[in-house]
Design a protein around this ligand. Structure first.
Ligand SMILES: Cc1cc2nc3c(=O)[nH]c(=O)nc-3n(C[C@H](O)[C@H](O)[C@H](O)COP(=O)(O)O)c2cc1C
Length: 309
């Protein structure tokens, strides 16, 4: 039997396999080159990039707990000029097969388009992921994804600045997730990423203070799997653009759950921080699973979920 093909298409992007390093957990790629073989990945999403450098939240920024991990990094990043000068040239020179998406963040709607406009002449990446799960300072901290007008402004601003594919990353806490996905697509998004972290608090009982320097943070890790798979399914029902499913992936069967629910590619974050060899192993395990189950093309599984009647 010929080996199964793991290649998946997400609109105009083709990934050699569906495994993508999730935003914020791969830095800008080169930080991981010593601990993982990046060429085995389907893709990687960079850490957030904002117009100005951001120093981020007070330490400690990350802690683990039985349910997974919580972080308040505060979207620390060196700013778009440093990413243009240092990180994208490295990606252009060293990353061949994986597709690279640059994660973009802003404090106000116009910042997203401004960052995309600054980046768009550069090489080293193929697409953008707009992180609209962050607070909009102009609207008292309400996240962009939660407000139809702000979401439209973010996506339209970015759309006007590039022809590269735009993925919009939504939070599972949005009460109207399907509506937000539709709004993003109507404004020009080519894909939807779900999910970002969910808000949480871990208390240091002895000190009666939050463990994280910022106070609350975003929960990631295994507990997010079922939340992310449902979000993927909801988005699949609402729009027909490709979905990047993210949240809680640890096993090849987790990747398959996302794909069956409708994701074309699947992000791995926390579990890859714990074990940098995991992403390459997941790709191998997917091939083994396909062989064992007579699946010639992994992509054929996308969106095949049968909902109980
Ligand atoms: C330390 C850390 C930093 C993150 N930074 C970003 C970021 O910059 N932009 C973004 O859209 N998501 C960011 N995320 C969210 C992840 O991309 C992902 O959506 C989330 O962690 C769920 O996946 P996981 O359970 O596999 O970690 C971050 C997550 C972690 C743990």
């Amino acid at each position: 039997m010929t080996p199964p093909t793991l290649e998946v298409a997400a609109g105009p992007l083709t990934f050699q396999n569906p495994i993508v390093l999730a935003a914020g957990t791969a830095a800008y790629g080169r930080e991981l080159a010593d601990v993982m073989d990046l060429e085995r990945l389907g893709g990687l999403v960079t850490k957030a990039v904002s117009l100005e450098p951001r120093s981020g939240a007070a330490a400690p920024r990350v802690t683990d707990f039985d349910g997974g991990m919580i972080n308040a990094v505060g979207l620390a990043n060196p700013g778009v000029d440093a990413v243009l000068a240092e990180d994208l040239p490295w990606l252009a020179a060293h990353v061949r097969a994986p597709r690279v998406l640059v994660n973009v963040v802003g404090r106000e709607a116009a910042e997203f388009g401004a960052v995309v406009a600054r980046l768009d002449g550069a090489t080293g990446f193929q697409a953008y992921e707009l992180n609209v799960s962050c607070p909009n300072v102009r609207q008292g901290g309400l996240e962009f994804g939660a407000d139809r007008d702000a979401l439209t402004a973010v996506v339209q601003g970015a759309r006007a600045a590039t022809r590269r594919p735009l993925f919009v990353k939504l939070s599972p806490t949005l009460p109207q997730l399907a509506d937000a996905a539709r709004t993003a697509v109507d404004a020009g998004a080519d894909g939807i990423s779900v999910i970002n972290t969910i808000p949480g608090l871990v208390v240091d009982v002895a000190r009666r203070r939050p463990v994280l320097g910022f106070g609350s943070g975003g929960v990631s890790g295994p507990g997010l799997l079922a939340v992310g798979v449902l979000a993927t399914w909801k988005v699949r029902q609402a729009v027909s653009v490709p979905i990047l499913g993210v949240g809680g992936v640890q096993h090849a069967t987790d990747v398959l759950q996302y794909m069956i629910a409708g994701a074309s590619a699947v992000g791995v974050g926390t579990a890859a921080l714990v074990d940098p060899k995991l992403p390459a192993r997941l790709a191998r395990e997917l091939a083994t699973w396909c062989e064992a189950n007579g699946v010639a093309r992994l992509a054929d599984l996308v969106g095949t979920l049968e909902w109980p009647r």
